[in-house]
Design a protein. Structure first.
Length: 294
């Protein structure tokens, strides 16, 4: 089975910005595949190839990247899920990505990101080629770091801006709309300071796979306690600490030209082998998504 790839035209009318978006999907093994570069990141795809014949509807997974990041940093995870029978929507959050991080640390970014997810889901179901083949009973969101914040917010979380993010200097609720189509979350070292208020995650009632890194220097494992203590049913959370891992352990290995000490996403704690860990990560995500009832 090949990884099919289609770019989708999408705009956020409120932010007045284009949302770069790609749909990756199971394509016929007979479709010609080639290694394409998405920025600096290579991936073998069959561009605009026909969707593979499938007896069952295909489930949709949306990946939300971290701040200043790229969806293609999770390309191995996306390709693995596609080859396992999922459709994966990859988006680049406008104003909070590798090319333009101008909205980092702003209320606008906190309010924009969850809306992007809903717009992407809308676009996937409206896609002429793929929309009719998608399962109608639920969507999963995978979020890393700031993408974890995004996933929680779109699944019913009620975040509050931090005092340093607003002129009045005190926490205040944000205007974020949830999306009932989101029925499962995979949270990878999620950023959660915006959910400190009591009751902020009470409406998050979906199953969650929560993976945190033992040696995360940006979001220590204790941040998971915010989620575990605030969701309505912590029994629906599968929580694991990845031994020896750092914050960026969940990203695909970077091309050799990008691996350098001054580029933290390419680095891991001493003794941790990211390439060796990823197959375990992928198997855990797949098992979770197949296990939960969307």
């Amino acid at each position: 089975m090949n990884v099919g790839c289609r770019e989708v035209a999408l705009t956020d009318p409120i932010q007045d910005a284009r949302i770069p978006m790609w749909l990756l999907y199971p394509a016929s093994a007979a479709a010609p595949a080639q290694t394409m570069r998405f920025g600096s990141y290579p991936l073998e795809v069959a561009l605009n190839a026909p969707l593979v014949d499938a007896a069952q509807p295909l489930r949709l997974v949306v990946i939300s990247h971290g701040k200043g990041g790229s969806p293609w940093a999770y390309r191995d995870t996306a390709a693995y899920l596609v080859r396992s029978g999922f459709v994966v929507a990859m988006l680049e959050h406008p104003g909070n990505n590798r090319n333009d991080n101008s909205l980092d640390g702003t209320v606008a970014n906190l309010e924009n990101r969850p809306r992007h997810i809903s717009l992407v889901i809308d676009a996937a179901f409206a896609d002429v080629e793929l929309g009719a083949r998608l399962a109608q009973h639920g969507v999963a969101v995978i979020g890393h770091s700031m993408g974890g914040y995004t996933a929680l917010a779109v699944a019913g979380g009620q975040p509050a801006a931090l005092p340093n993010e607003v002129p009045e200097g005190r926490a205040r609720p944000l205007q974020v709309a949830s999306d009932k189509r989101v029925r499962a979350l995979v949270l990878l070292a999620p950023a959660v300071p915006w959910f400190m208020l009591e009751g902020s995650l009470a409406n998050v009632e979906v199953p969650i796979l929560l993976l945190v890194a033992e040696k995360d220097e940006f979001l220590p494992p204790m941040h998971a306690d915010i989620i575990l203590s605030r969701v309505s049913d912590p029994g629906r959370i599968e929580h694991k600490i990845v031994a020896g891992a750092g914050h960026f352990a969940f990203l695909s290995p970077f091309p050799p030209a990008m691996v350098r000490p001054e580029f933290p996403p390419s680095q891991d704690p001493e003794g941790f082998d990211r390439a060796a860990y990823l197959p375990t990560l992928h198997a855990e995500i797949l098992a979770f998504l197949r296990r939960v009832d969307l």
